[in-house]
Design a protein around this ligand. Structure first.
Ligand SMILES: [Zn+2]
Length: 672
């Protein structure tokens, strides 16, 4: 097969992962880019201005390119081979450059504007009208009405942002991969659970090394920080993690400063006071001031509770651990875990035998099958990118409406964390297709026991997946997870609620050997943890949200100096323990700096969505957590509609009122 007739040029279900080679990546992307450019030109030059010839075509513009690019960049994250990374790095800039030109196309803007002015859209559906309105606004927010000189500067800014943010992301990945700590003296690993030690031994064997290999990847890092008795090892890992990518070889501080400058310049050119106002105009929150007051209000309400929690932690350390020194950042998780064990009677490890990943997944499927009256079945004939990957079909009344891949364990080169990615959208001949990824504790002897937190992660990503697979929005730009950033976490976070309900746990949390349900005593202990140190957790998230808004609303290099020190100073004020002088968390803050926009000025969205999810779940609580009636309402009024209506409206349609923060504070036990 030559690269000219490759299925990757016109991707459809099933995606031929088994015929993927890195060799043609650049060719494919270049070729599809040419196709997209021609399609854009067709819209720009059409003499017939109708919804079909302009907006419909715009919605479909670059569909092949996008699918191909999505699959390739997912493979880059999943395989992490140097060749693919390099190919993507070669191909990406021209693609970003193309997408960056679309919002600046004068000809395209004129067509859309004349369509809007023609009045011919008055008979279109509300979602089509919304699409037109949103498209016009997004052009205007890119300077469609600005002078030519401003426009060309805006275009240049977008191009630079795409490059700088890609370098930022690459630095973080490489720096994380580069770190390893090989321990040959098992005595130094005192405190660590057997499972973590076994994983470290396996990791060393994989590298043909003796001993135990620990890294900065999620499971390994968290195990050290939570359990390792040797304080100096915890400190070593903490410092390595919180100073990633801020050295002369990989200098993310300079990149952040340049990125922030460009974003601010863009906001000013468009007449916005700051980056937050520009970026939040199309979000549920609408502007930076509202986001700021949301964060401020939550911080104020949370601080008294988090101070109380910290005092309790110190007291615990003194009484139970004979602690006499000052608490430092690398002590918090470690002591908190011990406190949790004593006060909640909880040990995350003791629960793990109830969370065998396959059973958890089957149970999760069962719950979703109840709620949304669908069926989920394994598929056996789909090709994938690795033997670990599982494949499934989501069916309704016997018809396949979605297909998905699940890649749940870490591998060398695979990106850390957990995520969902939509791969293909439904059309006449194919269902929606998506994938979920995680980096759970890898199976030992074929059995993977995960923590309750990891169970929540699985439910979370599955919530994102359902948002994609169940969408009925027919305009691609409005489908599934193509919604405002501060709304996109509602469908995922609401799923986590089921991880805390007895009836739900009885379905998916069964002992992997005996098959028994979780004993009442363990369940009580788990429930205790739901409100354990929650104010501290919330303050951590709010600190990230606060620094994000500071960076995108106030920070200026001339007056505030180097950005790492600036951020550290503010984060230190919110921290209960003094942060190290070289603390540089934001140098690894991919949410804010790994893509042109990402979560910039929008980290508050996590808390915002938590407010929404806690609030929305109260309806399930009232009428039964497996209620197909509420499930149907949630699906029909909110989940399936994507961005076809204003998110604030969708929420109100489901709840019958505006969101309230009460349910969240109540869930966290933060009520006096
Ligand atoms: Zn999420």
């Amino acid at each position: 097969m030559t690269h000219l007739d490759s299925p990757f040029l016109n991707l459809s279900h099933p995606i031929p992962f088994d015929s993927f080679t890195t060799e043609h990546v650049v060719h494919h992307i270049t070729q599809l880019l040419e196709e997209a450019k021609r399609d854009l030109e067709t819209i720009e030059t059409t003499s017939e201005v109708t919804y079909e010839t302009v907006l419909d075509q715009l919605d479909r513009l670059g569909e092949n390119l996008e699918s191909c690019l999505t699959v390739y960049s997912q493979l880059e994250s999943l395989l992490g081979t140097t060749e693919l990374r390099e190919a993507m790095r070669e191909a990406q800039p021209q693609v970003s450059a193309f997408y960056a030109t679309i919002p600046f196309s004068k000809a395209l803007y004129q067509k859309i504007k004349s369509l809007a002015e023609s009045g011919s859209v008055s008979s279109r559906s509300p979602s089509e009208k919304r699409y037109l309105e949103q498209t016009l606004l997004s052009f205007q927010r890119n300077g469609a009405e600005a002078p030519a000189e401003t426009k060309s500067r805006l275009e240049a800014i977008e191009r630079e942002l795409a490059e700088l943010t890609m370098s930022f992301a690459k630095n973080v990945v490489e720096e994380t991969d580069e770190f390893e700590w090989l321990c040959t003296d098992k005595g130094r690993l005192a405190g660590l659970p057997d499972s973590a030690i076994a994983s470290a031994a396996q990791s060393a064997q994989g590298k043909k090394l003796d001993g135990y290999r620990f890294t900065l990847q999620g499971p390994s890092y968290i195990a050290i920080m939570t359990y390792c008795d040797d304080r100096s090892i915890r400190e070593y890992f903490y410092r390595a993690y919180s100073t990633r990518a801020c050295n002369t070889k990989r200098d993310n501080q300079s990149l952040i400063q340049a990125i922030l400058n460009l974003r601010q310049e863009k906001a000013s050119l468009l007449g916005y006071q700051d980056v937050s106002d520009l970026l939040l105009a199309s979000r549920m929150v609408k502007n930076g001031t509202k986001a700021q007051s949301f964060v401020d209000e939550l911080i104020e309400k949370t601080i008294p509770f988090s101070q109380k929690e910290h005092a309790a932690l110190i007291h615990f350390a003194q009484v139970h651990l004979n602690w006499s020194e000052e608490l430092l950042p690398w002590d918090l998780s470690y002591i908190a875990e011990k406190q949790k064990k004593v006060e909640c009677g909880f040990d995350a490890e003791v629960l793990k035998p109830y969370f065998e990943v396959q059973s958890v997944m089957q149970g999760m499927f069962k719950i979703v099958e109840h709620l949304y009256e669908v069926q989920i079945n394994p598929l056996t004939d789909l090709s994938t990118w690795h033997a670990d990957v599982m494949t499934f079909a989501l069916k309704e009344k016997g018809q396949t409406i979605g297909v998905f891949y699940a890649d749940l364990f870490p591998r060398e080169g695979k990106q850390g964390g957990a995520w969902m990615c939509p791969l293909l959208y439904k059309n006449e001949s194919q269902p929606h297709v998506g994938l979920i990824c995680a980096n759970f504790t890898p199976p030992v002897d074929g059995v993977s026991l995960i923590t309750h937190r990891e169970v929540e992660t699985l439910f979370h990503e599955f919530g994102h997946l359902l948002h994609h697979l169940l969408t009925t929005a027919t305009i691609r730009s409005q489908a599934g997870t193509n919604v405002a950033w501060d709304f996109v976490e509602l469908p995922s976070q609401i799923m986590e609620n089921w991880c805390w309900e007895r009836e739900a746990l009885d379905i998916f949390a069964r002992h992997y050997q005996s098959g028994e349900a979780m004993p009442d005593e363990l369940f009580e202990q788990l429930k205790n943890t739901q409100q354990f140190r929650m104010a501290s957790g919330q303050m951590r998230q709010l600190t990230f949200a606060e620094i994000d808004l500071k960076l995108h609303r106030e920070y200026q290099f001339d007056q505030d100096g180097p950005v790492l020190a600036y951020a550290r100073q503010y984060m230190n004020q919110r921290s209960t323990t003094p942060l190290p002088e070289d603390y540089a968390m934001i140098a690894g803050f991919t949410h804010l700096f790994a893509s042109s926009t990402g979560y910039a000025a929008a980290y508050y969205s996590y808390k915002w969505a938590e407010v929404l999810d806690a609030d929305a779940f109260t309806r399930f609580k009232q009428e039964g957590i497996f209620s197909a009636k509420i499930g149907k309402e949630f699906r029909d009024k909110l989940l399936s509609l994507g961005d076809s209506q204003d998110p604030a409206q969708l929420f109100e349609n489901f709840m019958g009122r505006e969101p309230s923060t009460d349910a969240l504070f109540k869930r966290l036990g933060l009520v006096s």
